[in-house]
Design a protein around this ligand. Structure first.
Ligand code: TEU
Ligand code: CA
Length: 561
């Protein structure tokens, strides 16, 4: 709702919960809704405004809930619909908002629609999915994100069905109006319960050309990028907005792989009435190599600045809105990947990363445990990995790409999605206070040191630093509204930028290295009456000076009015 021209989701900070790994309340080793309820005061104390839950719907859990067998029921491991209703009430009672994951590119193969569909070609649900009948010979090349091929042959129908993800995640046919109506109906069901929005999974992939023409390999060397932005995509989103979204005071964020900043404007430009914002992947791709995500590269700072700046500029010009994130349930831990998780620099670099992101324009997303500076998992054996993607990568790299077992395990350690899925570290008791039973996935051995209880007892912790960053965003409108301007684009060590308002400005200086850097800020930047509003070093200079000694992973923010 716009109040005095302000829009709540533009000023909000979102906290993302991966329910399976957050808090177990009934001792089965799996996180659940009652566990989340018991931690709401902790989340509230961080100062965030919105909670986003990864999928909580009935699911056989081939992909931890991203394979849904009933959109209107709660996954039995997570609790009941009564538990959900209580959670929603408790969230609202704390003046927080709740958004859910909308996964409608595909269902589970155990969803009744697919169970019906695969009975025969004449079944009314057959056209809810994409099929390639055997008479047309082998289906056109379409790789799956989690398997070699995105086509799996079905004996009953004598046809292959399409699944961009695992074979237990058949893709829905959005060309079919009945499918769209069924999705909109389900969305209304949740909005009528009072939820405050959706994060929309894989949303650029929903639209497909049912003829599946050959992929132009010159245009799409990695093939997957051809999956985004199929025919009628924006018509569907516009229709969804008209029929459902526009009727409620809610927020939407599309997860948009394979989407550049120009394309993102098509989703988020307010006048187009589609989505509020999207999660882009451009900064996630900077450490990829010819084998994609599973690579040993570090992210080069100059390139990082370039893509972040592009998105800041494009969303601002295009009348869109950014979402800001360093990590989520699909990515390595931020401090390990972009900072430094050594004993010496873990906390200081986690705070620097938080500063660099939270002072930008957009809505920041904090992934559970990021506020503690949680690190990548410390798995050494393949058996410790649970993720369908990790198991597929292991197979692909060792059997098809010729990597050794050790090298592949090292790549999984760097990039596996399970790095983000180890149990939330609550305290130093057994299983990190996550569960009384053995957790479904192993706890990181560093939990005795890195945990919420320790963080709450230490006024200098990453937790309290994030609390301060969030409070600043709520206090200073310039963080929401100010125009972003990058300084010193080619500097390989320092990320320096301005936020400019009509009468105010912010100077944000972040050292991405473990070295002390004598830094000279561009001479055009004048800030005589500035004051330091946040820094991860206690002895940071109170007044801005154009020559500044930037300590290792130092972050300094000056505000001028
Ligand atoms: O991810 C979609 C997506 O683009 C993935 O390819 C993602 O890039 C990959 O997991 C990174 O390694 C979404 C969800 O976030 C993910 O958890 C699901 O597995 C996937 O959709 C299927 O629903
Ligand atoms: Ca449980």
């Amino acid at each position: 709702m716009e109040q005095n021209n302000r829009i709540w989701w533009k000023e909000a900070v979102v906290y993302q919960i991966y329910p399976r790994s957050f808090k177990d309340s009934n001792g089965d080793g799996i996180g659940d809704l009652c566990g989340i309820i018991s931690c709401l005061d902790y989340i509230k104390s961080l100062g965030v405004d919105v909670i986003w839950l990864n999928p909580i719907y009935a699911s056989p859990n081939d992909d931890n809930g991203y394979d849904i067998s009933d959109y209107r029921a709660i996954m039995k491991e997570f609790g009941t619909m009564e538990d959900f209703d209580l959670l929603l009430r408790e969230v609202h009672a704390r003046n927080l908002k709740l958004i859910l994951d909308l996964v409608v590119n595909h269902t589970s193969d155990e969803h009744p629609w697919f169970q019906e569909a695969r009975k025969s070609r004449k079944n009314p649900y057959y056209t809810y999915y994409h099929w390639w009948p055997v008479e047309q010979e082998t289906p056109p090349l379409r790789p799956s994100y989690f398997e070699e091929s995105a086509w799996t042959y079905d004996l009953h129908t004598r046809a292959w069905y399409l699944h961009y993800f695992s074979r237990k995640q058949p893709d829905l046919n959005w060309e079919n109006r009945e499918v769209r109506e069924a999705v909109y109906d389900m969305m209304r069901f949740w909005f009528d319960k009072g939820i405050d929005g959706f994060r929309m999974d894989s949303i650029p992939l929903i639209a497909k050309d049912p003829a599946f023409p050959p992929i132009d390999r010159k245009k799409y060397p990695d093939l997957f990028s051809s999956y985004a932005h199929g025919p009628h995509l924006h018509e569907y989103l516009h229709e969804m907005n008209r029929e459902v979204l526009s009727k409620y005071d809610i927020m939407t964020v599309g997860e948009t792989p394979h989407t550049n900043a120009d394309e993102a404007a098509l989703y988020t430009d307010e006048s187009r009435k589609e989505l509020n914002m999207v999660f882009h992947f451009d900064h996630m791709h900077l450490d990829y190599d010819e084998n994609g995500k599973y690579a040993t590269n570090r992210v080069p700072l100059v390139a990082l600045k370039k893509v972040m700046t592009q998105w800041q500029d494009k969303m601002h010009e295009g009348n869109g809105w950014n979402s800001l994130y360093w990590c989520n349930h699909d990515q390595a831990r931020a401090v390990t990947r972009f900072g430094n998780d050594s004993e010496e620099y873990r906390e200081i670099s986690a705070k620097m990363l938080g500063t660099c992101l939270h002072m930008m324009q957009g809505t920041p997303y904090i992934y559970e445990g990021e506020e503690l500076g949680m690190t990548n998992a410390d798995f050494t054996k393949l058996e410790e990995y649970k993720d369908v993607e990790a198991l597929d990568i292991f197979k692909d790299f060792t059997e098809r790409k010729g990597f050794s077992k050790e090298d592949t395990l090292h790549l999984l350690h760097l990039k596996s999605r399970d790095n983000a899925r180890t149990p939330m570290q609550w305290d130093a008791s057994e299983n990190a206070g996550f569960s009384e039973a053995q957790p479904w996935i192993r706890v990181n051995a560093n939990y005795k040191k890195i945990n919420a209880e320790n963080a709450l007892a230490d006024s200098d912790s990453v937790f309290y630093y994030y609390q301060k960053l969030i409070a600043l965003r709520h206090e200073l409108p310039i963080i929401t509204d100010g125009v972003y301007e990058l300084l010193d684009a080619e500097n390989e060590k320092i990320y320096a930028y301005l936020r400019k308002g009509e009468k105010e400005s912010l100077i944000v200086l972040c050292n991405f290295t473990d070295e002390t850097v004598e830094y000279e800020v561009d001479e055009s930047v004048k800030a005589e009456r500035s004051k330091l509003v946040i820094s991860n070093y206690k002895d940071a200079p109170e007044k801005f000076a154009s020559k500044i000694t930037m300590k290792p992973y130092g972050a300094y923010v000056y505000y001028t009015k």
